[in-house]
Ligand binder design. Structure first.
Ligand SMILES: [Zn+2]
Length: 288
């Protein structure tokens, strides 16, 4: 499932590939992609529009249109945004497509069909970057802080941990209402880097833990972006290429392998329904 680094990778590519192109056709092949809006109404709002910028908010791709509206894409589990210069090139599981004036096409392919698109009013990307006003948009109404923004400070994190003191740290980092964009992979890698057991409560973390966690979250996300995201099963970028971050995991998917820091075997457990990985020596379990 694409997380912040994967979506950021796609958004940066699309910012080079589709900005300035005018939409001449929108086609839907799966009615729920645009629900609750009928695809016909969707097309009416998109056709004739030019894409002026592409960015990211949380795990959403945000395509700003001239006229002030924005097309928002949620990739969910298996969604892909594929830019094709040659529209005759075939892609599988295409649920919707934007065709541009110059014959190029942006396809939304999605094997599992959980991905969605929405058009929102009066959202501009500069606002998305500054995290203001975008909260009006229904798809990301309650999105939390951007962890790579300046507002995400050690102080902010410490305050949040105090406010949510009884929550276990692993599911708390996945809560998009607090921190937007972190999913299971980067959560696991950040906790390992910060040497924090996934079942520790937020309230049990000391100031030094919060400081390490803050550094670790930003470090793993930035590294993920630098490596073009992580491709395990489905993720590919807007050119259809795999990312390289999956080779860089320290604990994710490495049960039984030695911890790169101390050599102890990595353990897989399930926390809050999510498979998780940690080092039992570097990440000490909380005492009851
Ligand atoms: Zn270790």
């Amino acid at each position: 499932m694409p997380e912040l680094p994967e979506v950021e990778t796609i958004a940066r590519q699309l910012n080079r590939l589709v900005v300035g192109r005018r939409i001449v056709e929108f086609v839907s092949h799966w009615h729920r992609v645009t629900e609750p809006v009928p695809a016909k109404h969707f097309a009416e709002r998109l056709v004739g529009r030019r894409i002026t910028a592409v960015g990211r908010r949380g795990k959403f791709v945000v395509m700003e249109l001239d006229g002030g509206e924005a097309l928002i894409v949620s990739l969910r589990m298996t969604g892909r945004l594929l830019f094709r210069e040659d529209a005759s090139a075939e892609d599988r599981f295409v649920r919707a497509a934007l065709r541009f004036q110059d014959g190029t096409v942006l396809r939304f392919a999605d094997t599992r069909k959980f991905g969605r698109m929405a058009i929102v009013d009066r959202v501009d990307l500069s606002d998305a970057r500054r995290e203001r006003r975008v909260s009006d948009a229904p798809l990301y109404r309650s999105l939390g802080i951007e962890p790579l923004s300046r507002r995400f400070t050690v102080r902010w994190l410490a305050d949040m941990l105090a406010r949510r003191s009884r929550a276990a740290i692993k599911p708390l980092l996945l809560d998009q209402r607090e921190i937007a964009g972190v999913g299971n992979i980067y959560d696991i890698e950040a906790l390992w880097r910060a040497r924090i057991h996934p079942l520790r409560t937020a309230g049990s973390l000391r100031p030094a833990d919060a400081e390490r966690l803050h550094e670790a979250i930003r470090w793993v996300l930035r590294k993920g972006i630098r490596y073009g995201g992580a491709s395990r099963r489905d993720y590919v970028d807007a050119r259809g290429n795999q990312g390289r971050m999956q080779r860089e995991f320290n604990v994710y998917g490495r049960a039984g392998e030695p911890c790169p820091r101390c050599g102890r075997a990595i353990v897989r457990t399930v926390v809050g329904g999510r498979g998780t990985f940690h080092c039992p020596r570097c990440q000490r379990a909380p005492r009851d």
